[in-house]
Design a protein around this ligand. Sequence first.
Ligand SMILES: NC(=O)c1ccc[n+]([C@@H]2O[C@H](COP(=O)([O-])OP(=O)(O)OC[C@H]3O[C@@H](n4cnc5c(N)ncnc54)[C@H](OP(=O)(O)O)[C@@H]3O)[C@@H](O)[C@H]2O)c1
Length: 430
Amino acid sequence: MPAAPVRTCPLCGLRFSNLPLLELHIREDHPRRERRPGREDDNPADTSDSAGKAGDGSSTGAAELGQQPVRLAAGAGSPPDLRAETMKTAISGRPAGPPGTIGVETMKAIVQDDYGTAAEDVLRLAETARPAIGDEEVLVRVRAASVDRGTWHLMAGLAYPMRLAGFGFRAPKALNPGRSFAGMVESVGKQVTGFVPGDEVYGTCDGSFAPYARARAGRIASKPGNLSFEQAAAVPVSALTALQAVRRARVWAGQKMLIIGASGGVGTFAVQIAKAFGAEVAGVCSAGKADMVRSVGADYVIDYTREDFADGEHRYDVILDIGGGNGLSHLRRALTPRGKLVMVGGETGGRWLGGMDRQLRAHLLFPLVSQQLSTFIASENSADLAILRDLLESGKITPVIDRTYPLSQTPAAIRHVQEGRARGKVVITI
Ligand SMILES: NC(=O)c1ccc[n+]([C@@H]2O[C@H](COP(=O)([O-])OP(=O)(O)OC[C@H]3O[C@@H](n4cnc5c(N)ncnc54)[C@H](OP(=O)(O)O)[C@@H]3O)[C@@H](O)[C@H]2O)c1
């Protein structure tokens, strides 16, 4: 008898051996479908079960995450531990079929159905399918992930132009907004060379707030041997951005450099990389984080709440504007006549522009002035991760980790970063 065609749920990737089961799944059991109050299949036990068993040692359960109760497969239940627990799940109310038909590997992961600015409102812990990988992809067992400002932007879908850039117009395409990770290779696609199951790797992937995630082979590299998974997970997005920003500025030894936002995820790496290039670094941050910024190598620290870096007395050969909301003319006042400004970020410009107004003006102004004004979007790539590995293994740079959270508390971790409380990086352990 010919094998029944396998159909894939377009929403979550679960596979089914026949159409009626897929329809039932979408209509009744879809994990991304919100349970409506008063439905006859509402079962309060589900809520307490999933909340009470969000057990990774923390007291925060699914209910605290704003999690909608999700009906799990019959006979599956919540695993007692979130750490990479996976299991075969069958369609609710039906007996489990033979492996490879209606049963699929699932995992407890952070999922997001809609865009929203409050992490507790939009992220929840839920049973979801282990990702399937393509020929050029790697399935990674995530051991730790990290949060950065970009995590919040992906979660919120802001500024709006990013929705047009392919992240999902009305709702996020990604299951969760995590990108940076460190972990182990679980399996590799047919065309992947250079990685085998068991390799310890770090880099970026789709949905790192989960026990398993799929990563493109060109966006991962061997994990630095001297770092724990937590430390390595703090590196990818932030340190890649810092490296590429310093490189873009073509910094050389002895140059005077101003790093605005020196106490954050990108800034703590940028200070160390700039020092490794031999620059003299002044870091801009709030007073409470000044000691930490000095400890990573800044020669001077400017408290932006009390001092103006553009005081007319000091001028810099290079400015990296990572965290400030400063206008272009203000930044240019602190640059030498032939100085270079690299605009990395800044939380200005509102929902529509998100800082792009400054970047547009810099592009228009650039041909007319002697200073070099530039902006860039960081590239996630293996070659730069390998350069960072060398810098990390030689001790020239070290991740600064503010704190770690268990997977169930990912929303709190994102809020901590968004509220500007983090010193360096915030890591999620899985
Ligand atoms: N271009 C790219 O491809 C790219 C890639 C990654 C990130 N980014 C952007 O880079 C920015 C920083 O990201 P992150 O993850 O490093 O964020 P973060 O960890 O939250 O750090 C933000 C930094 O900005 C500083 N800051 C806040 N308000 C300031 C002000 N008024 N003046 C001067 N400094 C101020 C903070 O100092 P205190 O904490 O001491 O107040 C902190 O050092 C974000 O806008 C992000 O979207 C861009």
